[in-house]
Design a protein around this ligand. Structure first.
Ligand SMILES: NC(=O)c1ccc[n+]([C@@H]2O[C@H](COP(=O)([O-])OP(=O)(O)OC[C@H]3O[C@@H](n4cnc5c(N)ncnc54)[C@H](OP(=O)(O)O)[C@@H]3O)[C@@H](O)[C@H]2O)c1
Length: 363
């Protein structure tokens, strides 16, 4: 991977300054405060009049494709400073270019991050902080959207020994959230975490949240990689984590200064099936289209926007399918004992990973 700091401070700044119409991808969206004042387009009056709008630093996790890119575009149109994050510099540039083509006033910044690596997540957090500091912006993030997700069809493990699908869909977002919590809590405006889950979490019936299962080690012994089951399980973990974090934050700050919401887009035609054989993906999309269930990213993004822009006190809820619709997630996802156990397992993994790379262990 290229040097993060170089990319952040040179290439992307250069990109922003020169307005080169070549793209990027989205990770974080910040409406930024500079010296205590809003830096750009949306006047404070509008924010005061429309309290449902979040108003400063805002982060959108991987947005080089599908729903992430669509969310980034939509939020840039809402006047947010959008920070894009993704694995590929090329895709980041491409996405940024596409956003700029549709919204030339978009304020964008991009960072490379690979959720499969705790070192990369830590580098990202440090680069983000440095950027905020160098740009004389308020050292905070208003909104983090954990959007990354894969549907892996084969068993692969990260260097730290985690199943890659679990690492991308759950462990990485957990680590990233933990690392960004101080910045989110530092926001002078109500801040929010939006975790993008899936209705498929309802298919999970037997749930273990011990280390072996969360890391995906227990799947190593199976003859066939249970790809759908792991995807569904990872999305349930994200829900359990979201509700547990919501409960913890509610105890910490009764006023819900930092809130947590889950968004479920429904069925959307994106690259999520990239590992599935092309003919199978085509058949699936055709059937879903005939059933009128298939949405394009520009529509599928609505539940994520509903969650991002919901009133500041909204927390611990599940937005599904757009139009502001909130529904209940599965009964299992509200199991507080399970959520506490998962929290403990995930926190232990986080601590071990931090120690392994010699990073900070404060959170
Ligand atoms: N599409 C649906 O029907 C649907 C339904 C319910 C929920 N969802 C959820 O929606 C979210 C977005 O998915 P999508 O449908 O938009 O799929 P997508 O087009 O495949 O986008 C997935 C994004 O995740 C990023 N990503 C994957 N692995 C990563 C890693 N290790 N580090 C950083 N970024 C990584 C990808 O980046 P690269 O471009 O670098 O690969 C891409 O930007 C996922 O969480 C998915 O589970 C989708």
């Amino acid at each position: 991977m290229a040097n993060l700091r170089e990319l952040c401070l040179m290439d992307f700044d250069e990109f922003n300054e020169n307005r080169v119409e070549k793209g990027l991808a989205v990770f974080m969206v910040n409406r930024v405060l500079e010296d205590g004042h809003l830096k750009h387009t949306t006047p404070m009056k509008e924010i005061l009049l429309a309290p449902q709008k979040l108003s400063c630093p805002f982060a959108l996790s991987p947005a080089t494709s599908g729903l992430g890119a669509a969310t980034a575009l939509a939020l840039s149109k809402h006047g947010f400073y959008v920070v894009l994050a993704g694995r590929s510099r090329h895709l980041l540039l491409k996405t940024m270019s596409e956003i700029k083509m549709q919204n030339e006033k978009a304020l964008l910044k991009a960072f490379q991050v690979d959720l499969l690596s705790i070192q990369s997540i830590l580098d990202f957090k440090n680069s983000l902080q440095l950027w905020l500091q160098d740009s004389k912006m308020h050292p905070s993030v208003q909104l983090l959207i954990n959007n990354a997700g894969i549907l892996a069809t084969s068993s692969r493990f990260t260097l730290e020994g985690y199943d890659q699908m679990m690492a991308t869909n759950y462990i990485g977002p957990f680590f990233l959230t933990q690392m960004l919590l101080p910045l989110l809590k530092n926001s002078p405006f109500p801040s929010r975490i939006v975790n993008v889950s899936s209705f498929t979490h309802r298919c999970v019936f037997d749930v273990q949240v011990d280390e072996d299962t969360v890391c995906g080690n227990c799947f190593r012994v199976l003859d066939q990689y249970p790809c759908s089951s792991i995807y569904e399980y990872s999305k349930l973990c994200l829900l359990l984590f979201s509700y547990e974090l919501h409960r913890k934050l509610s105890l910490e700050n009764g006023s819900h200064k930092l809130t947590v919401i889950v968004a479920d887009p429904g069925v959307v035609k994106t690259n999520i099936m990239r590992e599935v054989p092309t003919y199978l993906a085509r058949v699936a999309f055709t059937i879903l289209r005939l059933l009128r269930l298939l949405q394009l990213p520009k529509d599928g993004v609505n539940s994520i926007l509903d969650a991002a822009l919901a009133s500041p006190e909204t927390s611990g809820v599940y937005f599904f399918g757009g139009k502001g619709r909130m529904v209940k997630s599965s009964a299992r996802s509200y199991n507080t004992k399970l959520a506490e156990e998962l929290w403990e397992t995930s926190s232990n993994l986080f601590l071990k990973s931090q120690i392994a790379i010699g990073g900070e262990t404060s959170s």
